[in-house]
Ligand binder design. Structure first.
Ligand code: PNS
Length: 160
């Protein structure tokens, strides 16, 4: 049986930490769906289609395996997408105890809703301080985001 995992997130924009986790997931599962989801709790910087395109470009540039599909979802529960595509696992990157506290309730609710388990992966510690919200803030104030994001994202943020 082919094991499909979904890596969901806002990816606004995708960071080097995200790419690290996506690459690790691709090594563990037969297929990985990177799913861009609108998070109503966060003010968006990039349109969803642009986020998808930047993730695709970043995956190509990083030379990640070809078992990764990038798409978006706006039609309801995350677990509905999982059920539709036959995915049994969600993958989340964990940088700190703060992430554990944020992710744990969602993981339990998603398991209760549809039996979808969540696997937490640890990114390379060099990315432990990187977040999309920090990147958005630095970019908005004219700072250099290139240490934190793939090259295509840094270029896009400089010249949208
Ligand atoms: O990158 P983010 O913003 O931390 O990602 C959060 C996200 C999009 C994964 C989360 O908001 C989510 O799972 N949204 C889907 C809505 C849903 O299914 N909610 C109920 C179960 S938690």
């Amino acid at each position: 049986m082919s094991r499909i995992a979904v890596v969901p997130g806002s990816f606004d924009p995708v960071t080097l930490g995200h790419i690290d986790v996506i690459g690790r997931a691709a090594g563990l599962f037969d297929q990985v769906h990177v799913l861009v989801v609108h998070n109503p709790d966060k003010a968006a910087l990039l349109p969803i289609a642009q986020r998808v395109s930047l993730i695709e470009q970043s995956i190509r540039d990083a030379g990640l395996p070809t078992n990764i599909l990038v798409t978006s979802w706006s039609m309801g529960l995350l677990v509905d997408y999982c059920t539709d595509v036959g995915a049994t696992v969600l993958v989340k990157g964990i940088r700190s105890q703060i992430d554990v506290a944020y992710e744990t309730p969602m993981a339990i609710v998603n398991r209760n809703l549809a039996g979808v388990e969540t696997v937490f992966l640890l990114p390379n510690p060099e990315h432990a301080h990187v977040s999309s919200s920090l990147v958005r803030q630095v970019a908005a104030l004219g700072g250099d985001v290139s240490p934190y994001v793939p090259r295509s994202v840094a270029q896009y943020l400089q010249h949208p």
